[in-house]
Each structure stands twice: as C-alpha cells, then as structure tokens.
Design a protein around this ligand. Structure first.
Ligand SMILES: Cc1cc2nc3c(=O)[nH]c(=O)nc-3n(C[C@H](O)[C@H](O)[C@H](O)COP(=O)(O)O)c2cc1C
Length: 185
C-alpha cells in the first residue's frame, strides 16, 4: 500500500518558492507515494474563544492531517524563524482532539514528519532549526536528518522561479529516499 504524504507549505504567496520546491518533491516522489497539499490559507487565528465548537475549516484540516501517513513541511524563513501563518496552523493542530481532554491526543502526535525550506542566504537554516524544536515538542515523530535547505540565487529573486542546483537536487533525492524508508514505504 502506497503511503499518503501531506505537504504543508509555510507560505501563502502565489508564486511561492517553497510551493515550487514542494512540487519538485512531489515530482521526485513520483509513483512511490500519494501526495496532497494542505490548503489552510483561510483558517482563523488561534483564539480559545472560538476553539469549541471548532470552526469547520479546523475540523477539515485536522481530519486531513489525521488521515495522512506522514507530513512534509516546506517552509520559508522569516527573521530567523518560520512564518506566523505556519505557527498559527501548528497551534491549532497542537490542541487536544477532545475538548479539555489532554489525554485524547492531537492530530499530529506521533505523526511522521520531515522538513525542507527555501529562503535567502541562510537556506532556511534558522527556520528549520526552530521548527525542529517545535515539532519535537509537539511529540511528532520527526526525521531530523537529512533536511534540504535551498538558498535562493539573485536570479531566482528576479524571475520568481526557483533554480535548483545539482547539489539541491541530490539533497532532495536523498531526503525523499530516507523519508520513504522512515515512513515504511
Ligand atoms: C518578513 C520576511 C523576513 C525574512 N527573513 C529572512 C531571513 O531571516 N533569512 C532568510 O534567509 N530569508 C529571509 N526572508 C526571505 C524569504 O525567506 C524568501 O523570500 C522566501 O523565498 C520566501 O518564501 P516563499 O517564496 O515561499 O514565499 C524574509 C522574507 C520576509 C518576507
């Protein structure tokens, strides 16, 4: 049975480099996994006043995450960390499945996950490091290495098209192979 991987892109931008990277990962995965993308641009800000009953969109995203065999988070770096939109999503996903019942688990607890990122010079190193800490705190089963970090060239910033080097492609291939093993292909 093919595993089903849910991609979570930490950018809302239409021409997002991180979404372009996610598409490349999907292409590399080919027919070795089922791939879908979590669409969460319309979810509200976490606010405990509206947590219960959960908004429909939150019910939907929790359901999609629960159904996935594994998650792949692909994130930009904003000021040495991951963007607020991604933190907001993860905050919703960190909440108990049953209201006020902290023994009921969460949609992400023990979920297998891996991280990649595209940014400026840092190759999303700061974002990936902080996200590594957060996902472990959320008790996710994180494949900590390898991760793929892509540093954008000045040409890419001009054209809005990601230009992956052979080193980037090799790193992605390695991460794909390792992650498929990790999730028990
Ligand atoms: C608010 C903001 C802060 C940023 N901070 C960093 C940073 O700390 N390090 C870095 O390498 N790039 C930084 N960048 C550049 C983004 O990571 C880069 O533009 C990335 O490609 C955006 O991802 P996207 O194309 O998927 O939206 C920042 C961009 C923005 C908008």
């Amino acid at each position: 049975m093919k595993k089903n991987i849910l991609m979570i892109v930490g950018s809302m931008r239409k021409e997002s480099f991180n979404r372009q990277l996610a598409n490349k990962i999907k292409e590399i995965l080919g027919d070795r996994a089922e791939v879908s993308f979590l669409e969460y641009s319309g979810i509200p800000y976490m606010n405990q006043d509206i947590e219960s009953p959960a908004p429909n969109q939150i019910v939907r995203i929790k359901d999609e995450v629960l159904k996935a065999d594994a998650l792949w988070v692909i994130t930009p770096e904003y000021n040495f960390s991951y963007p607020g939109v991604l933190k907001n999503l993860l905050d919703w996903l960190s909440r108990p499945l049953k209201e006020n019942d902290f023994s009921s688990g969460t949609a992400v607890k023990m979920k297998k996950v891996t991280i990649s990122g595209v940014s400026g010079k840092s190759a999303a190193g700061g974002a990936r490091k902080k996200l590594t800490e957060l996902l472990k705190l959320m008790k996710m089963e994180l494949m900590e290495t390898p991760q793929t970090g892509v540093a954008l060239t000045s040409e890419a910033f001009k054209t809005d098209k990601i230009d992956l080097s052979q080193t980037d492609i090799d790193a992605l291939n390695q991460q794909v192979d390792e992650f498929l093993k990790f999730i028990g292909e």
